[in-house]
Design a protein around this ligand. Structure first.
Ligand SMILES: C[S@@+](CC[C@H](N)C(=O)[O-])C[C@H]1O[C@@H](n2cnc3c(N)ncnc32)[C@H](O)[C@@H]1O
Ligand SMILES: [Mg+2]
Length: 913
């Protein structure tokens, strides 16, 4: 007799028998360039219903076998070499079934991919007596090991499935300590409850249900019915948790927990009792509890339905999965920012606040207030303190200290001592406490802000005291708010994660307080800055891969404008039917952001800052949290199904529309300590003192930063005047000056702000001691700048005129410091200027020519000098011409003009002592 040696099939063989050509193996080569090892292999196996990916192997065959083994495990098929059915005795078979049932009801089985585990998870979603009960028929049908052992016990099980079920019931009866057998309903359930954490994790399933409220039935009864409850009287209703896209309010509906007596004894030892864990009690629904801030047990329905005070009829609106996820998103500070910028995937809550003009979206303080309201916390309390800054030398010394403290605090040096025209200190009408002023009157100021978040019952939730100083009070407040927000954000960010304690009830505050006191230096470091971990892809456009060395051509501080789209994309080779699958989830025609402050999705920012204007880019990344994608996607059902694909990632397309270089002030602040504007103030003060000037006019005074600084220096000045054509800036100047004067600054008699063009003459400003025109002329056309020169020296005729403007030749140095490439062909001539608003920038020779010719025509003497750098090549960063009136013609001209008496300027604000 020829020996019939038993041929055991390999895992791959079994897969082939079952699926034939529908099983697609794909081998991926894994290179590790850092180590000179040969290539490794990973196998992706795609089956009609699911796919698996292996670890890496030295050879392709092993990776394929491993993939097949993984797939068999998922299918619940025992690998053939595991054991040999022929050798199993009946007794052993019973033992195996008992062991297997025990394993099926273990904690770890719930997280396996075995098809039975889905039945178990579904059973744990049931309420009441059915909670955790799994039909015996399911166990007898879907577990290969149980089937094979049942066959050993009784070979006829193939013909009569009832036999297998009896086997399972009988085996389960031997586990009476562990399993409850319900013979009348033929189901099994575990005796001891699952740990609450496991149950909570299971509660994260969010599905869409349809409530038919068209009938005459009471809507709460309909909701009760969906929740498996008797009627509306058993339904608990949450507070409003958010709105649908059309603005209707949503609430969470769930079962009223069993009425328990009020046992307050736990408060003494500070720990809330864990609910008596009978399997009959509904498990805590973590997601619903997170969303509405109340303990929700069992299933919950988010719905927008009910009677509003505005109308008599029942109002209702569809709550889509998208609106649900958007509500979840809006609970976190980062989400509030994302939603308000209409860029869920792209926008990020910035890590720092630089200037109001470059900030996009609601300001940090507004977001913080919104967040506190939403979380039922008290309004944030800001405490502002000032630091003494006495003289230039002290300022320089303290700068160094500040820099150290800034770096301790993981923040950016730009934040300190920066001036910015467009910033205004709109710090009114909020909860501010002012500390004793530590500085001497008349000295400069630096602001520091601390923010405290308290619960409604005034318990401290967060104490955020960043150590940084800012020149502007508003900037200190915004940055402190941002720090508090970033901290809350790190608690809330992942929509699908379960924050341990998402809200702060009195009971939670103790531990919350201890964990959350945030002081200087203990701020959690950000996880945001990662290079794109792209699955690289070439598309004929610019494509980016992980290996490519990153060369940032757009410097930090620039304002970048892009259009982009993001799609969920399933790799061609892995999609079912081999068809490419893609779903657009977010797109934006134009969105602007500041580079380097963390306000843009790091992948997009990293790619965009390597591009030039007009260029397109395409890249792929892994997916962020599913909740975020679903909140952005319009077809949530389809997007969800794509996301379940193993090779799903995000495909970004981006077009760089424009770049505005980093602001002049930021670039200069990076380079000059003290800043050029402070150096200009010092320069002017020196001349005021030399001349013992009693009045001064600042032409193009903007938001009054120069005039405001003059209040900090003791001089002979009695009257100062500002002229500008921007009413908005003049209003800011007035507000700032008033606030400084209220604090007792300066020794002046009067201040006037005029709205008017400095190209026009106004006889009230004739024959002034000193006129200044700092960084203004380059904001006009060149011919206007020349006209201004003529008007001032021929009509206003001040004793001294100081005009400053950037030195174009110095830009190469500034741009180099900002990693800016002026040779970039995509940059226009204008973009090589320091500021996008500059109409021209002169070289030293151009400026000198203008100044000398002008002075000669009007009988002034001129000295051309500057601040920042020195007289040697390429000269001063900010070039300055000082025109002094020669006394020769003086008398005639003064009289001539006084007769003309033209008043073309309008008084905007006036102050008199
Ligand atoms: C860069 S800002 C300089 C502000 C201020 N001098 C300083 O150094 O901080 C230029 C200012 O010039 C003003 N300006 C431009 N053309 C003007 C004109 N024809 N008359 C008056 N002001 C003008 C603008 O409104 C703007 O406030
Ligand atoms: Mg300028």
């Amino acid at each position: 007799m020829v020996g019939t040696e038993k041929q055991t099939l390999t895992p791959k063989g079994i897969i082939h028998e079952k699926f034939g050509v529908k099983a697609i193996y794909k081998i991926e080569e894994v290179h590790d360039s850092s180590q000179k090892r040969p290539c490794l292999y990973r196998c992706h196996l795609q089956l009609p219903d699911f796919s698996v990916v292996t670890n890496v192997f030295k050879n392709k065959k092993d990776s394929e076998q491993s993939a097949a083994e993984l797939a068999l495990e998922k299918l619940g098929i025992q690998p053939p070499d595991d054991d040999d059915d022929d050798d199993v005795t009946v007794e052993q078979a019973w033992d195996d079934i008992v062991e297997r049932i025990k394993y099926i009801f273990s904690d770890e089985f719930l997280s396996t991919d075995h098809p039975l585990s889905s039945h178990l998870r579904a059973a744990l979603q049931k309420d009441g007596e059915r909670f955790g009960s799994v039909p015996v028929s399911v166990i007898a049908t879907f577990d290969a090991k149980i089937i094979s052992r049942c066959k050993v016990i009784n070979p006829s099980v193939d013909l009569d499935p009832n036999l297998a079920m009896s086997c399972v019931m009988e085996a389960a009866a031997k586990l009476s300590d562990y399993i409850v057998v319900s013979p009348h309903v033929a189901s099994l359930r575990r005796k001891n409850p699952y740990p609450p954490a496991i149950i909570e994790a299971l509660a994260l399933v969010v599905e869409q249900v349809t409530l038919d409220i068209s009938s005459e039935q009471y809507y709460l009864d309909i909701i009760a019915e969906k929740l498996g409850l008797k009627d509306g009287s058993q339904v608990m209703i949450s507070r409003t948790i958010g709105k649908t896209s059309s603005g209707y309010e949503c609430r969470v509906y769930s079962a009223i927990p069993e009425l328990r007596s009020f046992d307050n004894s736990w408060k003494a030892h500070g720990k809330r009792p864990v609910a008596e864990s009978s399997h009959l009690e509904k498990s805590r629904n973590a997601k619903a509890s997170f969303v509405c801030g109340q303990d929700v047990h069992g299933d919950a329905i988010v719905a927008s339905v009910g009677y509003q005070w505005r109308s008599h009829g029942l109002e209702h609106d569809d709550v889509t999965l998208k609106s649900f996820y958007r509500i979840c998103c809006g609970i976190s500070p980062n989400g509030i920012y994302k939603l308000s910028r209409k860029a869920l995937i792209a926008a990020q809550l910035p890590l720092r606040f630089t200037t109001k003009s470059s900030w996009r979206g609601p300001l940090p303080r507004e977001i913080l207030c919104m967040f506190c309201r939403q979380q039922e916390l008290a309004e944030p309390v800001f405490t502002i303190s000032t630091a003494p800054v006495k003289s230039m030398s002290d300022l320089l010394r303290s700068y160094k200290k500040l820099k150290d403290s800034e770096s301790d605090n993981n923040s950016n040096q730009y934040m300190s001592w920066e001036t910015e025209d467009s910033d205004c200190d709109d710090t009114n009408n909020h909860h501010y406490k002012r500390r004793e002023k530590e500085e001497e009157p008349g000295s400069g100021t630096g602001y520091r802000c601390e923010v405290k978040i308290l619960s409604k019952s005034q318990d401290l939730v967060l104490d955020c005291s960043p150590g940084s100083f800012y020149e502007k009070e508003n900037r200190a407040i915004q940055n402190a708010s941002l720090k508090a927000l970033s901290w809350f954000s790190s608690l809330f960010d992942d929509l699908d994660a379960d924050p341990e304690q998402p809200r702060y009830t009195n009971q939670d505050l103790d531990w919350f307080y201890q964990r959350n006191i945030m002081i200087k230096g203990t701020f959690p470091s950000s996880r945001r800055y990662k290079e794109p971990t792209s699955r690289s892809k070439t598309t004929g456009m610019h494509s980016y891969t992980r290996d490519k060395k990153r060369v940032q051509s757009i410097p930090n501080g620039s304002m970048v404008s892009i259009s982009y789209s993001v799609s969920v994309d399933v790799d061609l080779g892995f999609s079912k039917n081999g068809k490419p699958l893609k779903e657009l989830i977010e797109s934006n025609e134009e969105i602007e952001f500041e580079v380097g402050n963390g306000s843009m999705n790091p992948h997009l920012e990293s790619v965009v800052t390597q591009m030039s204007v007009g260029q397109y880019g395409c890249f792929l990344t892994n997916q962020p949290s599913e909740g975020l994608i679903l909140a952005a996607a319009s077809d949530t059902a389809r997007t969800r199904s794509l996301l379940s694909e193993i090779s799903a990632g995000l495909e970004y397309h981006v077009h760089l529309l424009g770049v505005k270089g980093p602001t002049e002030k930021r670039m200069e602040a990076d380079f000059f300590k003290p800043t050029l504007s402070i150096q200009r103030v010092e320069f002017a003060v020196k001349h005021i003192k030399e001349l013992s000037a009693s009045n001064l006019v600042d032409f193009g005074c903007g938001s009054g930063s120069f005039l405001g600084s003059l209040l900090d220096y003791p001089t002979s000045l009695q009257t100062i005047v500002g002229v500008d054509i921007s009413q908005k800036r003049l209003a800011r100047a007035a507000k700032m000056l008033q606030s400084k004067l209220n604090k007792g600054a300066g020794n002046l008699k009067s201040i006037i702000l005029y709205d008017g063009s400095i190209l026009e003459f106004d006889s009230r400003l004739h024959d002034i001691d000193i006129c200044t025109c700092l960084e203004v002329i380059e904001h006009m056309e060149e011919d206007e700048a020349c006209k201004f020169g003529e008007t001032v020296l021929s009509l206003f005729r001040p004793k001294l005129l100081i005009v400053s403007t950037p030195n174009y030749e110095y830009n190469t140095i500034l741009h180099k410091s900002a990693r800016y490439h002026p040779k970039d062909k995509s940059m226009s001539h204008r973009s090589k200027f320091r500021n996008h608003d500059h109409k021209f920038e002169w070289t030293r020779a151009q400026f000198k020519r203008w100044a000398y010719k002008l002075s000669q025509r009007h009988n002034y003497r001129v000295e051309v000098t500057g601040v920042g750098g020195s007289n040697v090549d390429p000269g001063f960063a900010s070039q300055i011409a000082v025109f002094s009136r020669q006394s020769f013609f003086e008398v005639d001209v003064v009289e001539k003009v006084a007769e003309g008496s033209m008043q073309s300027y309008k008084v905007i604000w006036e102050w008199k002592r």
